[in-house]
Each structure stands twice: as structure tokens, then as C-alpha cells.
Design a protein around this ligand. Structure first.
Ligand SMILES: Cc1cc2nc3c(=O)[nH]c(=O)nc-3n(C[C@H](O)[C@H](O)[C@H](O)COP(=O)(O)O)c2cc1C
Length: 464
């Protein structure tokens, strides 16, 4: 009986996979930088909207994480321009970390670090998990995520739901072990339960088949893992909360983020004020410096600040030797242009309605730091053009979140492809050619100084 159920399941799913694989292989257009247009059309125009209709936003999100975790998601394939090295989206960040592509996934999508590898395989050059709080906490009551369909936006008031630093430590340790081929595979089912065993074997077989027909085609260099840290809602020891995160998770991170800008944890944004931010950043840097290897440490800010507040943050970042700024988190503002009935919901607004306001924050921050601080640009990115605008304003890399909710995972390779095309049209071969180009004076000063350094290095080599 069990064997017949298993055989039937394997047959049905196996046939399904082979059909999809057949479609995939026969319609493959590598120059598009996508698995294939049909595959992405099915995934982004049928499956994603259908899931959106049937499931509430949070359930849809959790389902997506489960699928990606198991590897059932489109795999990235470099587009023509990237494959021929005509245009490179690679970016070298602080402390020499290499982002194989400047398009990354923003925090909040995989808060607990459950699906890191699957998300990287979608074509992200970096994936940021979190925000992680020291102790587990449930976050705000549901519903707490709302789609603003007409506005292509999202409002959320999750309030840092997190499994806590210890459980996330286990997840990222497993990810790193698997990455280095050191994973010890434990059986997570009861060997004596025949049904559980049969289901496990079937599922394992499906996964193996899937990987066989859709092998991951990753970036030539490994995608980076960012870990974003938050504080517990009831904690009054903010500095200690972030220090715990740095101490426990720092060794797994390619970069760390101090998040003081989520609007859903009471009092959190007060940490952006002059005195608290200096106290916190100094302590965080000191803690980071005690780690065996020291990942760059960034701070994430809100888009809802006055110019004076931004000036103060820019000077605090430089004073405390913070390695970069993430600009921006979600917004408290409700632009007059919003038409969706969900726009009245409490929480942080993201997606298209905050795209331009976040680009302006990037522009201002780049000016205030004379282009000397690494900026991660976030807010409403949904096309190559959106990413390009943020890079020109001063971001070195960008992240996306909300637009994935609307367009599905194919949005990643589409953004990469469009960005490459824009760069090629404008005669730009590398990300360095684009970053900060809107600020003529700073841009050319930096370019000339880079040329000067390169010339000096060449001279030194010749003299040796
Ligand atoms: C549902 C949801 C949850 C989020 N959770 C976090 C979080 O835990 N930590 C954080 O730093 N940012 C969080 N963010 C903010 C995003 O990382 C990003 O800064 C913001 O959404 C703007 O980008 P987007 O317009 O591309 O979504 C969240 C955003 C959304 C939509």
C-alpha cells in the first residue's frame, strides 16, 4: 500500500518535473539572463499572482520561503552581457568584500535565515537575513502585512518577529557548513515510522530530480551573507542587545547591519538621535573588533529624517568608523498619491511609493559624506532603471524586497539584465563607472584619485 502511494507520487511529480524541464530546455534563452521566458512567465505571471489571490500576504510569504528553501525556485543564469564580460555588476565593498552582483535581497524577507542558499541561487549577489533579536519574540498580532495593490506598495508592522539569536545561529552555521561541504546530515524523521520514512524518501527523490533538471547556476563568486540585527521589544539595554548579535552571529556574516530604523518597535528610531547613535555605534564597532575576523559593520536608517538629522548621522558614521549606511528602511509617511484602501494601515510603507524619496535620501547621504561612505540603496527598486537611478545617486549596491511580492522571483534576473543594458548603452562597463555620477564634482575627484593610485601601483611594480 505504502509502496504504491510512493510510486504513484514519484511518477506524477517526476512526470511534472520532466514536462517543466522539457519546456525549460526547449525555450531556454540564455541571452535574456533568465531560466527561460516561458518559465518566468509561468512563475511570475501565473503562479505568483495566483498565490497572492489565494493566500494572505504573510502566508504567501511563508510558503514562498518554504519553496525556495527546498530549492524549488528559478535558478539564475548570467545574461548575455554579463556572460561575455561586456558589463560587470560586481562591486568591491569595504574591507575588500566582493559582491558578485550589486543586486541584493533586503532584510525582512528571510528573517530567520531559513532559505539562504535558495535565495542566493535566484541571482542575488547578496542576501541579508534578519532582523534578528537576541531573545525569540512573536512580533505584533496578525494581520501585520498588507498589500497596496493599486500603489504597488506594502505596509508591514511585523514588529521584529524573530526566532532569536541562538536559533538563527544554528541556521547560519548549517548554511556555512553546507557551503564548505562540511555538513553532517542528520535524519529528522522517525526511522521506525514507515509512513514518515516513505514520505521522506519520496521528497528526497523529488528534490534530487529537481536539482538534476534545474542545477543551480550561481555567480562565479559566492554571494555574500549579510546579518541584520535588531533589539527585543521590551529590552531597555539596546547596546547590549546589538552586542549579543555581533558576538554570536558576527563570525558567520560577510557584513553586519545595526538596524535602528524599523518603525514598528517602539523607541527604536530614537537610537538615530545624536547621543544614542554615537554610544551605540562605538560599542558595536568595539564588539565587532573583538571578533577573530571582522566583517564590515553598517547602519540602516529611515527615510523620514530632517536634513539636520541626516547631517548628524553622517558625522556620527564617520566619527565612529562605521563601514557603510543602508538607505533606507520603510517609511512612516503616507504620500497623497496613495489610493489603496490599505494605505490607512499602521506600519512601515515600502515599494514603489517610497522609491523616489529613498533615492533622494541616498543622494543627500552621498553628498554629506563626500562619497566616502559605502551606501546600500533600498526602496522601491523593481527595474534596472530604478537600480540605475540609485547607483547614480550614490549607492554602490542596491537591495529589493517589496517588488518581489508583486512580480515574483524572476524580477532579480530581469533587473540584472535591464541594468546591464542601460550601462552598455551609456558606455559603462563596471559599477564604479556609475556610482555617484549624478554628483559631477565628487565623481570626477574620486575617479582621478583612483586613476592616480592605479598609476602609482603600476610604477611600483615596474620599479620592483
Ligand atoms: C514585510 C517586510 C518586513 C521587513 N522587515 C525588515 C526587518 O526585519 N529588518 C529591516 O531592517 N528591514 C525590514 N524591512 C525593510 C526592507 O528591508 C526595506 O528596507 C524596505 O522594505 C524598502 O525596500 P523595498 O521598497 O524594496 O521593499 C521589511 C520590509 C517589509 C516589506
Amino acid at each position: 500500500m505504502l509502496r504504491s502511494i510512493r510510486d504513484k507520487t514519484v511518477k506524477t511529480v517526476g512526470t511534472g518535473i520532466l514536462v517543466v524541464a522539457g519546456v525549460e530546455f526547449t525555450t531556454k534563452l540564455p541571452s535574456e539572463g533568465q531560466s527561460s521566458s516561458l518559465y518566468h512567465n509561468v512563475s511570475d505571471k501565473v503562479v505568483t499572482p495566483l498565490v497572492r489571490k489565494i493566500l494572505d500576504p504573510e502566508d504567501a510569504h511563508n510558503t514562498a520561503i518554504k519553496f525556495v528553501k527546498e530549492g524549488f525556485a528559478p535558478k539564475f543564469r548570467p545574461n548575455g552581457l554579463e556572460a561575455s564580460n561586456s558589463v560587470s555588476l560586481k562591486c568591491v565593498g569595504p574591507k575588500g568584500i566582493v559582491f558578485p552582483s550589486c543586486i541584493g535581497l533586503a532584510a525582512g524577507f528571510d528573517k530567520d535565515g531559513l532559505a539562504i542558499q535558495g535565495l542566493m541561487d535566484l541571482g542575488f549577489g547578496f542576501v541579508e537575513i534578519g532582523s534578528v533579536t537576541p531573545k525569540p519574540q512573536p512580533g505584533n498580532p496578525k494581520p501585520r502585512m498588507f498589500r497596496l495593490i493599486e500603489d504597488v506598495g506594502v505596509i508591514n508592522r511585523f514588529g521584529f518577529n524573530s526566532v532569536g539569536v541562538d536559533a538563527v545561529e544554528q541556521n547560519v552555521r548549517k548554511f556555512r557548513e553546507k557551503q564548505s561541504g562540511r555538513q553532517i546530515i542528520k535524519k529528522d524523521y522517525d526511522e521506525n515510522d514507515a509512513l514518515q520514512k516513505a514520505m521522506h524518501v519520496t521528497f528526497d527523490l523529488i528534490k534530487k530530480l529537481w536539482i538534476l533538471v534545474f542545477p543551480p547556476i550561481s555567480n562565479s563568486e559566492k554571494s555574500l551573507l549579510g546579518i541584520n540585527l535588531g533589539k527585543n521589544k521590551i529590552s531597555t539595554h539596546e547596546t547590549e542587545d546589538y552586542e549579543i548579535g555581533i558576538e554570536k552571529l558576527g563570525k558567520y556574516a560577510d557584513y553586519l547591519v545595526i538596524n535602528i530604523s524599523s518603525p514598528n518597535t517602539p523607541g527604536l528610531r530614537d537610537l538615530q538621535k545624536s547621543e544614542p547613535i554615537r554610544r551605540l555605534l562605538k560599542a558595536a564597532i568595539a564588539k565587532r573588533d573583538q571578533l577573530e575576523t571582522q566583517p564590515p559593520l553598517f547602519v540602516k536608517i529611515a527615510p523620514d529624517m530632517s536634513l539636520d538629522q541626516m547631517k548628524d548621522i553622517a558625522s556620527a558614521v564617520r566619527e565612529c568608523n562605521v563601514d557603510g549606511i543602508l538607505v533606507t528602511n520603510t517609511s512612516n509617511q503616507r504620500p497623497d498619491t496613495l489610493i489603496s484602501s490599505n494605505s490607512k494601515e499602521t506600519g512601515g510603507l515600502s515599494g514603489l511609493p517610497i522609491r523616489d524619496m529613498s533615492t533622494e535620501c541616498i543622494r543627500k547621504m552621498y553628498e554629506l559624506t563626500d562619497g566616502n561612505v559605502f551606501i546600500v540603496g533600498i526602496g522601491g527598486v523593481g527595474s534596472g532603471h530604478d537600480a540605475y537611478e540609485k547607483l547614480k545617486a550614490g549607492a554602490s549596491v542596491v537591495q529589493i524586497y517589496s517588488r518581489m511580492v508583486y512580480e515574483g522571483p524572476g524580477v532579480v534576473s530581469r533587473i540584472r539584465k535591464e541594468l546591464c543594458e542601460l550601462m552598455a548603452q551609456n558606455g559603462q562597463k563596471s559599477i564604479e563607472d556609475v556610482v555617484g555620477i549624478d554628483h559631477e564634482e565628487i565623481y570626477w575627484t574620486k575617479r582621478l584619485s583612483r586613476l592616480d593610485t592605479a598609476r602609482k601601483n603600476e610604477q611600483q611594480i615596474v620599479e620592483m
